[in-house]
Design a protein around this ligand. Structure first.
Ligand SMILES: [Zn+2]
Ligand SMILES: [Zn+2]
Length: 130
């Protein structure tokens, strides 16, 4: 008599995950198609124009970076070519990194653990004499 192996729920879970992924892909595809229908096929940065032969290089950028925010009027979408889209996101990454670096620099400037050291040494009249 064959024993039943593996919980049946695992297969069900797999299916749910697959469904969710399919739904997400379908939704992504949908908003891209909607954006391409709504907006002129021009990169919002470099103003390069696209047609059917190269429209796959035109991507939908979400202005607020929320891919779930897809208003019907397209107000959250911007069509960008893959290069400018990449640029747009790396620029934001750089800006974030720059802010962090600036913060560190400011913190370092206001926090100078050895600021008094020179005075202390001078005060002792030691190494400064020669
Ligand atoms: Zn571009
Ligand atoms: Zn984007």
């Amino acid at each position: 008599m064959p024993t039943k192996r593996g919980p049946p729920d695992a297969a069900r879970l797999d299916r749910i995950v697959a469904d969710a992924r399919r739904a997400r892909e379908a939704r992504d595809k949908t908003y891209r198609e909607r954006a391409l229908k709504l907006l002129p096929w021009i990169c919002g940065r470099c103003t390069r124009e696209f047609d059917r032969s190269n429209v796959h290089q035109l991507t939908v950028h979400h202005k607020d970076h929320n891919h779930d925010n897809n208003p019907a009027d397209g107000s959250n979408w911007e069509l960008l070519c893959v290069y400018c889209h990449d640029n747009e996101h790396s620029r934001e990454r750089d800006a974030a990194a720059g802010d962090a670096a600036a913060g560190d620099a400011a913190a370092a400037a206001s926090h100078r653990p050895f600021a008094n050291l020179a005075d202390l040494l001078k005060g002792r009249g030691g190494p400064g004499r020669a």
